[in-house]
Design a protein. Structure first.
Length: 508
């Protein structure tokens, strides 16, 4: 504490500089510094939302250095859950009145540099409402062995590009000790909406008993933690097979392992997102594949939409925007409403197909495109029309994007769909204007839950702005010749006719 009274802790100096100087006097070594970080996290947890985000990001970097930080995550989540219940969070402010980083945030940064640090800082605090930090996740129920067997029987067979098939083969080799394991690809890489830069989404499907035995997982781990432990084991095995580790997203509805695989002749590695026992996206992919085959214009519109969304900064679930999957559903729904695509989940085309997974029932019914009479639609489908639909015609806050119904209904017609999470701390006005997007097979899932405060308004404004730009780009009117130019050919024809008559009279 005496060191903290040095000149580096003067009111005008940020807390981080103090921690950096203290770290230079501390012991090195990852094991020791990781323990220092753990002790600091117990004694001085982050007191602001931004600090908590930064701590979580730094823990992920620590994890990439093969440091065990599971206990760090648990402590951080318990603390944020406590703050969430209190409905307030505290932020450090230095003597100049400008917000600075938390002590814990600085400590984690020092750990990354191989240094240890422990300190306290004199500062005043202000309170602010806690925002967009998820602390509770639905209890992850593992499927029974019978459910896994039945699910594997009805999983759609999706054609994978050669590079995706090669990745699946390598993953099966890494999981060879797990009896009956299956690895399937889904998402844009196999749905027809892909391009050269598309990531590969993969799901591992196996029973809990086979995973425990094949991966030598400790007993007593269940639910969400079990999925994380399986992905941790899988990470080590994939690294032995040539994969590069990027990140393990623990605090998500579906824990995801991000790996990178480098192909020969490819400049950049291919990112692979791996999840466990998450089979429903396979049916979503099959559905989108069918729609893309019926009318390839869906692919063209989506690719333009993807480029536009990236340039406008309104895409990416990790950044609090809609996912690429949500935008694909929006494109299909727009085409359904305009009559360019049918509704493959309409009861008129197919019978219910109920599948049970993790104690819940899902209707994965969809009609095959060959079984319905649907000719090419004579309707104009363009990206400009897509933008106009969502800026002028779609009812934000009331309407629901639902490819399951393919028609414009209001949210009251979807009672199973969950409302936005309360921890988003959105204003009543924001909640009233939220876009609602129903998952085709998980009826209770609303894809707007990833949106952060003000991001829904940013998305709508982007649509309105682009629609205004499109309306200003007019096709030039066709230029017709003037009246004099139109009369010249007729006059020439008249003269020629008179000349022929005169010549004929002379000959006679």
């Amino acid at each position: 504490s005496s060191a903290c009274n040095s000149s580096c802790c003067a009111p005008a100096a940020p807390v981080a500089s103090c921690l950096t100087r203290l770290a230079s006097q501390a012991m090195g070594g990852k094991a020791q510094t990781a323990q220092d970080a753990l002790d600091s996290l117990k004694q001085t947890p982050p007191r602001s939302l931004q600090a908590a985000r930064n701590v979580r990001a730094q823990l992920q970097k620590l994890e990439q250095q093969h440091v065990d930080v599971r206990e760090h995550y648990e402590i951080l989540d318990r603390h944020m859950e406590k703050l969430n219940k209190e409905g307030r969070t505290t932020k450090f402010v230095n003597g100049t009145g400008r917000a600075t980083m938390d002590v814990m945030e600085g400590t984690i940064r020092d750990v990354l540099n191989g240094n240890g640090a422990s300190s306290s800082s004199s500062s005043i605090t202000i309170t602010a409402p806690l925002r967009d930090y998820p602390t509770k996740f639905p209890a992850a129920v593992m499927p029974t062995a019978d459910e896994v067997v039945e699910m594997c029987k009805i999983l759609p067979n999706l054609d994978s590009p050669p590079h995706v098939s090669n990745i699946i083969k390598i993953m099966l080799q890494a999981l060879s000790a797990v009896t009956g394991v299956q690895v399937r690809a889904f998402g844009s890489a196999v749905s027809g909406f892909c391009d050269e830069a598309s990531d590969v989404d993969l799901v591992v499907i196996a029973t809990e008993a086979d995973l425990v035995k094949g991966l030598e997982i400790e007993s007593g781990i269940t639910g969400h933690d079990f999925k994380i432990r399986v992905l941790e084991k899988l990470k080590s095995r994939l690294q032995e097979c040539g994969f590069g580790y990027q990140q393990l997203i623990r605090r998500a509805r579906v824990p995801t392992l991000k790996m990178n695989f480098q192909f020969s002749g490819r400049r950049e590695g291919l990112e692979c997102d791996i999840s466990l026992n998450n089979p429903l996206p396979l049916f979503n992919t099959q559905l989108l594949n069918e729609y893309a085959a019926i009318d390839p214009r869906a692919i063209e519109v989506y690719r333009e939409c993807k480029l536009w969304a990236k340039s406008a900064g309104v895409q990416g679930a990790p950044e609090g925007h809609l996912s690429s999957y949500a935008f694909r559903l929006m494109v299909v729904f727009y085409m359904q409403v305009k009559g360019a695509l049918p509704c493959l989940q309409d009861r008129l085309h197919a019978k219910p197909k109920i599948v049970k997974w993790a104690g819940r029932e899902h209707d994965v019914m969809m009609a095959d495109r060959a079984s319905i009479a649907w000719g090419p639609a004579k309707v104009e489908i363009t990206f400009s029309g897509f933008v106009h639909f969502y800026s002028e015609e779609f009812r934000w806050g009331e309407g629901v994007v639902s490819v399951r119904t393919g028609r414009c209904f209001v949210k009251d017609d979807y009672p199973q769909m969950t409302p936005p999470n309360s921890w988003r701390a959105m204003t009543p006005k924001e909640l009233a204007e939220l876009i609602h997007i129903e998952d085709p097979f998980e009826k209770e899932r609303n894809l707007n839950t990833v949106l952060w405060p003000r991001h829904n308004a940013k998305l709508r404004d982007a649509f309105v702005k682009q629609n205004s730009i499109n309306s200003q780009i007019r096709i030039p009117e066709r230029q017709f010749p003037s009246a004099k130019l139109v009369q010249i050919p007729y006059f020439a024809l008249y003269c020629a006719l008179v000349f022929v008559l005169v010549l004929s009279s002379l000959c006679l």
